[in-house]
Design a protein around this ligand. Structure first.
Ligand code: B4P
Length: 192
């Protein structure tokens, strides 16, 4: 099995790059942001709850997010591995993921962290906000809240994996193809 965490601040390109990596390595893509947005689209109870946080640029509470992620993993019992995109976003989520994967006799093999400066993130998200319909992309103060949540709650998750010798930092500025090639190189090193 190959289990990867694709990590980075909002707009770093996690979703964009995940789409490429899944085909190349035959992995299942689990994006908590996408799952929440599908629930919002379906007007489910989970969607209504998630929307109240996401529209403000805040993280959805851990308890809800962890339970949801675990049930998604359970749906893919034959998977050759997973790309976790946007999860874990807190140290509590990282600890819960480790405990959960241990019950499946597996683990996270590597975190790939996309490094992108803040001005570039804001530019990308505002650009996407022009036609994505995403409330969290349309307003610069909500984007700042997302970056602040990232700095306060999510950035420490990289240290969690670093202390376990499982962190690879990848330059996230350049063309989408260039960044994909950097990720392939980092993953191929891990697989050796
Ligand atoms: P997510 O859906 O995870 O998304 P994201 O942080 O907005 O962006 P991502 O990094 O995937 O960027 P993308 O590739 O799309 O989170 C949304 C919200 O959901 C969170 O704020 C939170 O509320 C909630 N949530 C999700 N997971 C959670 C969790 N675990 N716990 C609690 N809450 C959670 O790229 C962005 C843009 O940049 C795109 O338009 C793309 O085209 C462009 N782009 C990508 N690569 C580029 C490149 N190389 N050059 C130029 N532009 C590029």
């Amino acid at each position: 099995m190959l289990n990867l965490v694709l990590f980075g601040p909002p707009g770093a390109g996690k979703g964009t790059q995940s789409e490429r990596l899944i085909g190349h390595y035959n992995l299942v893509h689990l994006s908590t942001g996408d799952i929440f947005r599908a629930n919002i689209g379906g007007n489910t109870e989970l969607g209504k709850l998630a929307k109240s946080y996401m529209d403000q640029g805040q993280l959805v509470p851990d308890e809800v997010t962890i339970k949801m992620l675990q049930s998604e993993v359970e749906k893919h019992s034959n998977a050759e591995g997973f790309i976790f995109d946007g999860f874990p976003r807190t140290v509590a989520q990282a600890e819960a993921l480790d405990l959960f994967l241990a019950t499946k006799q597996t683990e996270i093999h590597q975190m790939l962290s996309l490094v992108v400066p803040e001005e570039e993130l804001i530019k990308r998200l505002l650009e996407r906000g022009k036609d994505s319909g995403r409330a969290d992309d349309q307003n610069e103060s909500i984007i700042h809240n997302r970056i602040e949540e990232y700095n306060n709650k999510t950035a420490p998750v990289a240290d969690y994996y670093k202390s376990r010798f499982k962190l690879s930092e990848v330059e996230g500025v350049g063309s989408i193809d260039e960044i994909t090639d950097r990720l392939y190189a980092a993953i191929d090193t891990i697989k050796k």
